[in-house]
Each structure stands twice: as structure tokens, then as C-alpha cells.
Design a protein around this ligand. Structure first.
Ligand code: GTP
Ligand code: ZN
Length: 190
């Protein structure tokens, strides 16, 4: 049995216990395959645990556009590490290349996706994306903004549906030049 099979079995066994603990009959027809389904689903929701997202930025190429590149409204789904409930929304990722070092724009979304598919905090997700791009591409600057709704705040707890959490992480020129940062935030949030 390989490691992945073994991990799925662990999740299955644990989820069967959760079913029992909430008063379900784990043999009931409707839920008998649920532990196995949850195990497969967790593979999908947490696949980012197994990758180093820096690899997506290995394939940079040269194009002398040393000005803003902004990919807006990238949908993201992540899991709150405190409650294991989803938080979801959009990520906006901007960078200003240096020395013509650019990447395919889909790679920015791939970086966001890989970090989102882990137990996360919105702040950490935002900084991880920014740091990954800043350290790998060594651009003039990077700015990341995420706007998300947290189900742990909407369907339970304080129950405030529609509340939106906005986080930002800026590096390089966006950090040192307030005017450049202000221009970016205006473009992102309009
Ligand atoms: N900063 C931050 N907090 C988060 C994030 N996701 C969830 N939380 C918060 O994590 C906190 C966990 O607080 P606890 O008091 O330990 O847990 P709790 O009793 O379930 O808290 P309530 O949600 O207030 O009922 C809550 O305030 C959540 O709103 C996130 O991405 N960033
Ligand atoms: Zn939560």
C-alpha cells in the first residue's frame, strides 16, 4: 500500500468516528461510503500540501515590460485552519517585472491555487503568494489582495453572512512608494 492509500485510510477511519460521535449510524446506506468520499475530497482540497508553488515560476521568459502586470478576480477556495470550513473569494495579484523577467499569467493563478489548497489563514495565504513571487521572480515589486468570505463567520459562530475580509501583502516598490501602492489598490478595488 502506498503512502497516499495509507493516508486515505487514516482519514476514512477518523471520519467514521466523527459520524459515530455526532450520533450517525456509519452503516446507514446514505453515509456508508461517506468516509471514503471525504478522504478522496481531502486529497483534492489539500493537494497544495504536497507541492512547492515556486516551481510554477521556474519558467520565466524575457519581455521588456517593466511596468504593472495585474491579474484580477482570480477565484480562490481555501480551508480555514481553525474550523476546517471553507473561505472563498477572489485574489488579485500584481507585480512589476525587473530586467524583463516575466512569467505566463496563468502561473500567478497557479501559485495562488497551490497555497489555497492547504489549511490556511487568509493573511498567510496572502503573504505566501507575495513572497513566492517576490523571491522567485525578483521583480521591482509585488502586491497581493484577497477578498474572501469565511464560512466559519457566516454559517456558525457570529453568523455574519456577506461580511468580507480583505487582506493585502505588498513587497518591494509597493512597500517603499506609497503612491505606487495607492495606484495599485485603486486599480484593484475599483
Ligand atoms: N485572522 C484570521 N482569523 C481567522 C481566519 N479564519 C478564521 N479566523 C478566526 O479564527 C478565530 C478562532 O477563534 P477561537 O476563539 O479560537 O475559535 P471560536 O471559539 O470558534 O471563535 P468564533 O468564531 O468567534 O466562535 C475566529 O475569530 C475566526 O473568525 C483567518 O483567515 N484569519
Ligand atoms: Zn474558521
Amino acid at each position: 500500500m502506498d503512502k497516499q492509500d495509507n493516508n486515505r485510510l487514516k482519514i476514512e477511519a477518523a471520519f467514521k468516528q466523527i459520524l459515530e460521535a455526532i450520533g450517525e449510524d456509519p452503516q446507514r446506506e446514505g453515509v456508508v461510503n461517506t468516509p471514503a468520499r471525504v478522504a478522496r475530497m481531502y486529497d483534492e482540497l489539500f493537494w497544495g500540501m504536497k507541492v512547492d508553488p515556486r516551481k510554477y515560476l521556474d519558467v520565466s521568459f524575457t519581455e521588456y515590460h517593466d511596468e504593472l502586470v495585474l491579474v484580477k478576480d482570480i477565484p480562490i477556495y481555501s480551508m480555514c485552519e481553525h474550523h476546517f470550513l471553507p473561505f472563498y473569494g477572489v485574489a488579485h495579484i500584481a507585480y512589476i517585472p525587473k530586467g524583463g523577467k516575466v512569467v505566463g499569467i496563468s502561473k500567478l493563478a497557479r501559485v495562488a491555487e497551490a497555497y489555497a489548497r492547504r489549511p490556511q489563514l487568509q493573511e498567510r495565504l496572502t503573504s505566501q503568494i507575495a513572497d513566492c513571487i517576490y523571491e522567485t521572480l525578483e521583480p521591482m515589486g509585488v502586491g497581493v489582495v484577497i477578498q474572501a468570505e469565511h464560512m466559519c463567520m457566516t454559517m456558525r459562530g457570529i453568523k455574519k453572512p456577506g461580511s468580507l475580509t480583505v487582506t493585502s501583502a505588498v513587497r518591494g516598490i509597493f512597500e517603499t512608494r506609497p503612491q505606487t501602492r495607492a495606484e495599485l489598490l485603486t486599480l484593484i478595488l475599483k
